[in-house]
Design a protein around this ligand. Structure first.
Ligand code: NDP
Length: 284
């Protein structure tokens, strides 16, 4: 293997250690960071995500609340719960696990969260702040990716960053963050013509698509840094990314694995955002 492995496990662990120290300091000042996780229905994947978030927040010394609802809950009931959490001083971060059942409008639910407690960074106010470079909450996955890039010491200034995917939670925000660091950013998506020609120009390639191993060495420039956001199953039902890791690692200079790459960073940055929110209440 020629590429450096960018381990989200290791980088995430380092960040979590510093979060624990900051949580302890905050507790001495009388504030325990609190995260409320709202789960609707019994989707197994959502259950696993929520359990991990709860476990991690407790491990870091935070207060954690899980609020579970049956799939049949009405939108109004859910909004009432969010309103209650908005005014609960022991809660600094509110996270509604997505996806929600079809009869509930996701946008209305996200918009109901107090932007100052929106630790997922999905509220339109926080999305707007990110766009104009104001401090709000950065969505956890893009935030984690930026920490990884910082950790390997990759200077983005003047570099060509190509992002594949334009979702509101990953593709769009990561492009904005890279732009803020003076990269020249190109977005690709399902309608992009001749994807490999564009991705081959990338000094930094971010794949956030959701298609197993679609990015091969044919798409990657020699020496590029490759960040794989995808979480997929391959033909053997094994967890894999959007990038064909074994193929691309021979040509990239640094690459994130799946699992153990972007995934652990996402949950870590959720904790970082919750802590940040608690610290801000003290500054008020
Ligand atoms: P979305 O489905 O919302 O977005 C996928 C994007 O990929 C879309 O913009 C789509 O284009 C684009 N796309 C689809 N097919 C192609 C193609 N053939 N060529 C180029 N672009 C294509 O997904 P998310 O952004 O939510 O997630 C992406 C992946 O990342 C998923 O595998 C998801 O599981 C994973 N993920 C991982 C996280 C982590 O913590 N590691 C966190 C969040 C997501 P168009 O807009 O034109 O439809």
């Amino acid at each position: 293997m020629s590429a450096e492995l960018i381990s989200g496990k290791t980088i995430g662990e380092e960040i979590r250690q510093s979060i624990t120290q900051r949580v302890d300091k905050l507790k001495e000042l009388g504030v325990t960071p609190g995260l409320a996780v709202v789960l609707v229905g019994n989707d197994p994947a959502s259950h696993t995500y929520v359990t991990n978030k709860q476990k991690t927040s407790k491990k870091l010394g935070m207060h954690s609340e899980l609020i579970e609802f049956d799939e049949s809950i009405s939108q109004e009931e859910l909004l009432n719960t969010i309103n209650r959490l908005n005014t609960d001083d022991s809660i600094h971060g509110i996270l509604v696990q997505l996806p929600l059942p079809e009869h509930i409008e996701e946008r209305a639910v996200i918009a109901a969260i107090d932007p100052s407690k929106d630790v997922d960074g999905f509220h339109p106010i926080n999305a707007g702040k990110l766009m104009i470079g104001e401090e709000g909450f950065i969505p956890c996955t893009p935030f984690g990716i930026m920490k990884m890039i910082e950790k390997i010491g990759f200077d983005l200034k003047g570099k060509h960053a190509v992002v594949i995917g334009r979702s509101n939670i990953v593709g769009k925000p990561i492009g904005q963050l890279l732009l803020q660091q003076d990269a020249t950013v190109t977005y690709c998506h399902s309608k992009t013509v001749d994807l490999p020609t564009i991705t081959k120009q990338a000094d930094l390639l971010v794949a956030a698509v959701g298609r197993p191993k679609m990015i091969t060495s044919e798409h990657v420039k020699e020496g590029a840094v490759v960040i794989d956001v995808g979480i997929n199953r391959d033909e053997n039902n094994k967890l894999c990314g959007d990038v064909d890791f074994d193929d691309v690692k021979e040509i990239a200079s640094a690459i994130t694995p799946v699992p153990g790459g972007v995934g652990p960073m996402t949950i870590t940055m959720l904790m970082a955002n919750t802590l940040l929110s608690a610290e801000r209440t003290l500054q008020k």
